[in-house]
Design a protein around this ligand. Structure first.
Ligand code: 9MR
Ligand code: ZN
Length: 586
């Protein structure tokens, strides 16, 4: 398995070098031809972004030291081909990284900007080769976004290299909890995570985040080629892939405008391929009048309002359909402002059971105002906003920051004082995150309490916050801290792994992901972000762990569903961050 994965990675690096034509960069052959054993960062203790770094941005690696007085105060950067020393410097003095419990030193080589392939060397060892190149993250962006095609429900999927399955989950029906009866055809959508459920609330933040990336980084995403069934048509691949999920979300809207919460089986199926799962895929509601709920309905309103903006240049009829759905959902949600969801009887699939509906309503009002400029939406937004400010990054349970930011990003006049408050609070939150990154031995903006279920997406969403702050008021330290989380996710962490499957020299291998487990192929499906460390005790692997610092609480174990599952809402801020990390965007 290792060998096979290595070949894949080298192929990807080779692809990058071939298409990017960066002067002085090693060829695929020279990368493959070191004649040396792979160096595992977990043993060398040299921890850095395994994909590479951007020439014009910060470059820092973490060097773990066995003890505070460990020798080796120097580091060297060597050309991967030929071994010439191109840069050398002193390691910083040892510091304790509280999140991991590690004693670390930092190798800082930001001023070295020459594109190429390099290794970082200290007296105790040397890293795998990594690239310094302007488009170094292009292959990762493509894989992370293409992973959504792999999550498609209701159609045959073929990512190549054996990662494929026939159409799945044809048997849909209204669940007794929905207030309806009868069968439901498959309208598409993305499997949520390692399970095959589809959930409107989680689809909401996922699709919203991806469409926001489209609006903020169009020059990067317009030409992203995903090699999906719709490729080659008028609609850019990026929007075509997202439409697959939007169509399913729209299908869960009832005639009265309300939206059912989810479409899943009653219980999770076994670890089988999707086409082998013949459990009925039920449209599930609250189990009592009005059956639909506020969070799902308002999230659909938000996302459909954004979609109306994004798709209009390519497909006005679809944009009109989305806008009408958004308006009708908003009206329903305003009339039912506090109908939260909890799993009805006999249903044990994911809950996404957020009891706070006000932030979803706020987001819907803000997006509809941004799209239409109509006063009823702004009035609802301003009434709902009150003295609310941005304090933390968004998550599936708190879309409030998206509501506030879209009010500013709308480019409409609006209420100046509220816009100023939003900008100021965002800047304050960003300053706190930058301070965390400066204290962290691994350059992450996460504080000690941020290692929750899906912490890798907390890191990526904190980058999103920083990038929005940077958009409001350009600030280099915000942009660098945002990139710092990308480095953390792609290898600069205490586990020495890249948390994106098939990306980097030591990607994790055992996601809690049914297709990866059941397809008979050793390596997991590509481009998927692990949940990451979790302080909780949600699964048997977590429960068996002794007490340890929060970043350490992760295992590359398929059973570890609280630490090593993948999910569409976690990949979305990763795609956002990778889009932002494209040199034409930053
Ligand atoms: O991402 C969700 C996390 O915030 C919750 O703590 C956790 C437990 O309720 O559920 C996570 O979402 C899961 C969902 O319920 C079902 N599909 C897999 C999701 C990722 O683990
Ligand atoms: Zn399916």
């Amino acid at each position: 398995m290792k060998g096979m994965q290595r070949r894949t990675v080298l192929k990807q690096l080779g692809g990058a070098t071939a298409t990017l034509a960066v002067a002085g960069m090693g060829s695929a052959a020279s990368l493959a031809g070191f004649g040396q054993e792979p160096r595992n960062p977990a043993t060398t203790g040299i921890l850095l972004n395994q994909v590479g770094l951007l020439p014009g941005h910060d470059k820092v690696a973490t060097v773990r030291s066995a003890s505070p007085s460990a020798p080796g105060a120097e580091f060297r950067l060597r050309a991967a081909a030929g071994g010439k020393v191109v840069y050398q410097g002193a390691l910083s003095s040892p510091q304790l990284d509280a999140a991991s419990g590690d004693q670390v030193r930092l190798a800082q080589f930001s001023s070295f900007t020459t594109p190429g392939s390099y290794r970082l060397e200290v007296d105790t060892g040397s890293s795998e080769p990594f690239l310094i190149a302007p488009k170094v993250y292009a292959p990762a962006l493509r894989l992370a976004m293409r992973s959504y095609y792999g999550q498609r429900c209701g159609c045959a999927v073929d990512l190549g290299n054996g990662y494929k399955h026939p159409a799945c989950h044809a048997d849909g029906a209204y669940h007794v909890s929905s207030g309806r009866q009868g069968s439901v055809p498959n309208h598409g959508g993305w499997h949520d995570a390692g399970d095959y459920g589809r959930y409107v609330v989680n689809s909401g933040i996922t699709t919203g985040t991806l469409l926001w990336a489209w609006e903020l980084y169009p020059q990067v995403l317009e030409h992203l080629s995903l090699d999906i069934p719709e490729s080659g048509r008028r609609l850019p691949d990026y929007l075509a892939e997202i439409r697959w999920n939007l169509e399913w979300m729209l299908s869960l809207q009832d005639a009265d405008g309300g939206v059912w919460h989810k479409q899943t089986s009653e219980q999770f199926c076994a670890f089988i391929m999707p086409e082998q799962d013949h459990l009925t895929s039920y449209v599930i509601g609250t189990g009592a009048e009005p059956y639909k709920n506020t969070t799902a309905t308002a999230d659909l309103a938000s996302v459909a309002a954004i979609a109306a903006r994004c798709y209009r240049p390519y497909d006005a009829a679809f944009a009109d359909r989305c806008l009408l759905a958004a308006r009708r959902a908003w009206t329903w949600a305003m009339a039912h402002p506090q109908v939260p969801f909890t799993n009805p009887a006999h249903v044990g699939t994911g809950g996404y059971a957020d009891q706070h509906c006000a932030d979803e309503l706020l987001w819907a009002s803000a997006e509809l105002w941004r799209t239409t400029g109509e006063p009823q939406y702004e009035q609802a937004f301003l009434a709902g906003m009150g003295d609310r400010v941005v304090v933390a990054a968004p998550s599936w349970g708190d879309v409030g920051p998206l509501a506030l930011w879209t009010y500013v990003l709308a480019g409409r006049e609006g209420n100046r004082a509220q816009k100023d408050r939003i900008r100021a609070a965002t800047a304050t939150a960003a300053t706190t995150l930058v301070a965390h990154a400066q204290q962290s031995g691994y350059g992450t903006t996460m504080g000690l309490t941020d290692y929750v279920w899906g912490s890798n997406a907390v890191a990526a969403n904190q980058s999103l916050l920083l990038l929005i702050a940077d958009r409001f008021a350009p600030n280099r330290s915000c942009a660098e801290a945002a990139l710092g989380n990308l480095h953390y996710l792609l290898g600069r962490n205490c586990h020495g792994v890249s948390w994106v499957t098939q990306v980097g020299t030591h990607p994790f291998e055992h996601p809690h992901h049914r297709p990866s487990a059941a397809d008979g192929i050793a390596a997991p499906w590509p481009g998927l972000l692990s949940a990451g460390p979790c302080s909780g005790h949600g699964d048997e692997v977590a429960r068996a762990m002794p007490a340890m610092p929060p970043m350490r609480r992760w295992a590359d174990d398929q059973r570890a569903y609280s630490m090593n599952e993948i999910a569409i809402n976690w990949n979305a801020p990763l795609v956002f961050l990778l889009a932002a990390a494209n040199p034409t965007a930053l």
